[in-house]
Design a protein around this ligand. Structure first.
Ligand SMILES: [Zn+2]
Length: 139
């Protein structure tokens, strides 16, 4: 495809894709106090070891240590990569998908190297002045 997802879109997905909605599509969750518990899909679980926190937007399994946000859950559960998960979550939550295409990325890189070039010149100029000053004998 040659394009990557804009950080703005990733941020929006993180804010809108509620972890309880995401996980309860694959795991039966039961409410326990402020949190939810369910059978952990990442190890051979017999009792609900996985806790899902809606306030923290985080899941954690006390038995196998699996944990993370909704994107991480789907990456591990569906074995898809980061951008596939973000794209599917964006579509599901009616989030406008903004991508950075290859040309734009190239431009960003060029801008960056131009700036680096400028810094290099400044550094060299500074060094030159320093040498000049040092070779100057003050009387
Ligand atoms: Zn587990």
């Amino acid at each position: 495809m040659g394009s990557s997802i804009h950080p703005k879109t990733i941020q929006e997905v993180k804010e809108k894709a509620d972890i309880v909605d995401v996980i309860s599509e694959h795991v039966v969750l039961k409410k326990r106090g402020k949190e939810y518990v369910g059978i952990c899909p990442f190890h051979d679980d017999s009792k609900p070891s996985m806790t899902v926190s809606p306030s923290k937007q985080f899941y954690y399994c006390f038995s196998c240590g699996a944990g993370g946000n909704s994107i991480k859950f789907l990456m591990e559960f569906t074995r898809n990569n980061f951008s596939d998960v973000v794209l599917s979550l964006a579509r599901k939550n009616d989030i406008n998908i903004v991508t950075v295409d290859a040309n734009q990325q190239e431009n960003y890189k060029k801008q960056l190297s131009k700036r680096e070039e400028l810094f290099k010149i400044l550094r060299e100029t500074k060094n030159w002045f320093k040498t000049q000053l040092n070779s100057y004998s003050w009387k």
